[in-house]
Design a protein around this ligand. Structure first.
Ligand code: ATP
Ligand code: MG
Length: 547
């Protein structure tokens, strides 16, 4: 049996299995329900769930719902849907940090009782100032030495809603001079007067991530708590809290890996929300986004996304992945299963002058160039056909491979034609090209360049939606003025033609329209409306020339 490749995390997991063979491996994926999942989350999901599968353990889905100001039920539904779509099943029911609010409160009281936490009255700006910097050590708060009794009373009053937001908070009493800023009396609880989607108005104090995460990991018996590198420093606090609360046995350990960042894409939920608010994009499902729902809407498959995660791997090196890698994964997934058809995105009409008006001829075209079992279809050759505007040019240009006045090209699966004359239609400026065809020159001559085409007798008008990157910057999240890089061609609608066979046939997932890419037929809400095709991906890598 082929052994699966190990990464540094799976090596750690295997070591821990050797140490404690009977302990079940438990991981968790802990999204905050404050937005939709994106391709970066997919990396974390892929890692956490696969460790559970591989070592016969469990992976919990835990909603980290500790900030009712930002979290919504609709995000919970969307997150569950995306994880299922990727093909992963969480252990039993999803859990919520809010399931543990009572317990967390009691643990906070325990810390106060041990004189390890105090109620702070400095305001947020003052707290920041007192905290110091990497170069400057912090300063003790004047409220740091309250008595335990006083802290207990004030914390209870905080819970009862006596104090306004930001007027007080609960802080751990660690060390304001620590070289790790995270240990300079981190905030454990804050006051928020917003209705929580699950606990409603029961609470007006909410635990911070650093306080709740380690405790809930321990309560759920998580063995390996995997997070991204920016939490490396927080590990000290994670371990401090569990130690001080006497979770001595079976404590989870935190391990960090590098975040996925992908060229040309925005993954930050904060920026995505701004883009949605500004109406620049249609919402979280906009096909130009690299949210899982955006990718799905465009036509990506979950297999392609999982293969991408596999290729990206898990390391501690922070680097930006080429968009070409993701695109090659979807092409590879679709190549085998997608029937080939011909479509014209920018139609220009051709009239074959040496054919009778109503002449039609049935020709055979393979549905897949390599897979014979996919069979053949009939295409019709007739007097009027469409080719793509880009495949016609009056004069020969350097390296141009289309039809040129006075020269020949091969129509795919049909005949060679020669362009004889251009007809201008003054009303709408469309042009028609008069061509002669050569009935004896059928097979694909190596001699001529090949172009795709459809016949007016055998095609239907359809709409194509073509997508490109939203911003022409390799690192849009790092730009000061992101709008300078906005790509006005990121979403283009084209009206063209495709072989009529696509109207009714049911296929596995997508088509390859020859020479232009893989396309998804969108579900039609109303019958008899024009059919829309999304371009999932073009056939060639193109993200080389920007910036
Ligand atoms: P925000 O955008 O607010 O920073 P977030 O992306 O961290 O939020 P969470 O819901 O907290 O969103 O993330 C859930 C999990 O997904 C976390 O464990 C986080 O480390 C992981 N994660 C988030 N972004 C990435 C990424 N780009 N690559 C890998 N893992 C990620
Ligand atoms: Mg987060």
């Amino acid at each position: 049996m082929k052994t699966k490749k190990k990464n540094f995390i799976t090596k750690i997991v295997e070591k821990s299995i050797l140490k404690q063979p009977r302990r079940k491996i438990k991981t968790r994926f802990p999204p905050e329900p404050n937005g939709y999942l994106h391709i970066g989350h997919a990396k974390s999901i892929y890692l956490n769930f696969n460790i559970a599968y591989r070592y016969k353990g469990e992976c919990h889905l835990r909603f980290d719902d500790t900030n009712p100001k930002k979290e919504k039920i609709k995000y919970i539904h969307a997150i569950k849907k995306d994880i299922k779509w990727l093909g992963f099943n969480w252990y039993q029911k999803p859990t919520y940090t809010s399931d543990y609010f009572d317990k967390l409160y009691k643990y906070a009281i325990q810390l106060i009782r041990k004189n390890l936490a105090y109620v702070e009255e400095l305001n947020p700006q003052e707290i920041k100032k007192y905290r110091g910097t990497l170069k400057k050590s912090g300063k003790n708060s004047p409220f740091r030495n309250r008595t335990i009794q006083e802290n207990l009373i004030l914390f209870k009053k905080m819970k009862l809603g006596v104090f306004p937001e930001k007027s007080m908070c609960l802080r751990a009493k660690i060390n304001m001079e620590s070289s790790s800023i995270i240990l300079r009396d981190p905030i454990l609880y804050r006051i928020i007067f917003s209705k929580h989607h699950r606990t409603h108005k029961k609470w007006c104090i909410y635990p911070m991530y650093d306080f709740s995460h380690c405790i809930v990991d321990a309560l759920e018996n998580i063995t390996h708590s995997l997070c991204t590198l920016e939490f490396q420093d927080n590990r000290k606090l994670y371990e401090w809290i569990l130690k001080k609360l006497n979770f001595n046995n079976k404590v989870p350990f935190q391990y960090e890996f590098s975040k996925l960042s992908l060229e040309y894409t925005i993954l930050s939920k904060r920026i995505l929300k701004e883009l949605i608010k500004s109406k620049l994009i249609k919402g979280w499902k906009d096909p130009r986004l690299y949210t899982l729902s955006g990718l799905r809407e465009k036509g990506y498959t979950s297999t392609a996304i999982k293969n991408f995660c596999k290729k990206v791997g898990v390391t501690k090196q922070q680097n930006t992945i080429e968009l070409n890698l993701l695109e090659s994964c979807i092409r590879n997934d679709l190549n085998q299963s997608s029937p080939r058809r011909m479509a014209i995105i920018n139609p220009i009409k051709i009239i074959i002058i040496n054919l009778e008006k109503n002449h039609t001829e049935n020709l055979q075209a393979p549905n897949h160039p390599q897979i014979k079992d996919m069979g053949k279809r009939t295409i019709i050759f007739s007097k009027e056909i469409y080719i793509d505007k880009e495949d016609f040019c009056k004069k020969q240009k350097k390296n141009y491979k289309g039809l040129v006045l006075g020269k020949k090209v091969q129509l795919k699966y049909a005949y060679t034609i020669k362009a004889k004359k251009i007809l201008k239609n003054k009303k709408n400026k469309n042009i028609i090209i008069l061509c002669k065809y050569y009935p004896k020159e059928t097979k694909q001559y190596k001699k001529y360049n090949i172009i795709h085409w459809v016949s007016t007798k055998n095609s239907i008008p359809v709409q194509f939606q073509l997508f490109d990157v939203l911003f022409k910057s390799k690192f849009p999240e790092k730009e000061d003025d992101i709008m300078k890089f906005y790509n006005p061609k990121s979403y283009i609608i084209k009206n063209g033609y495709v072989e009529s066979i696509v109207k009714k046939e049911i296929i596995k997932h997508a088509y390859q329209f020859e020479r232009i890419g893989y396309f998804l037929k969108k579900k039609q809400k109303e019958k008899n409306k024009i059919i829309i095709f999304n371009r999932i991906v073009s056939l060639k890598n193109k993200y080389k020339n920007f910036s």
